[in-house]
Design a protein. Structure first.
Length: 64
């Protein structure tokens, strides 16, 4: 995947505003992987707003 930050920033659904990785998908995925987390863009809007990026929260959001 190409990390065109300007284009990705327009599409980034993460609501965590002070994030230095906003719009840089490659950095975002790498950052969250090191903590066994999932980036906010994988979550439905209401779940994303909790800032709980855990795999368990993702599964609960999609009732898995």
């Amino acid at each position: 995947m190409e990390c065109a930050v300007n284009e990705n920033k327009k599409k980034c659904t993460c609501t965590y505003e002070p994030c230095p990785r906003k719009g840089n998908c490659c950095q975002c995925v790498a950052y969250h992987r090191q903590f066994n987390e999932v980036p906010g863009c994988f979550f439905p809007p209401e779940a994303e707003k909790t800032y709980d990026r855990s795999i368990a929260r993702l599964a609960a959001a999609y009732k898995l």
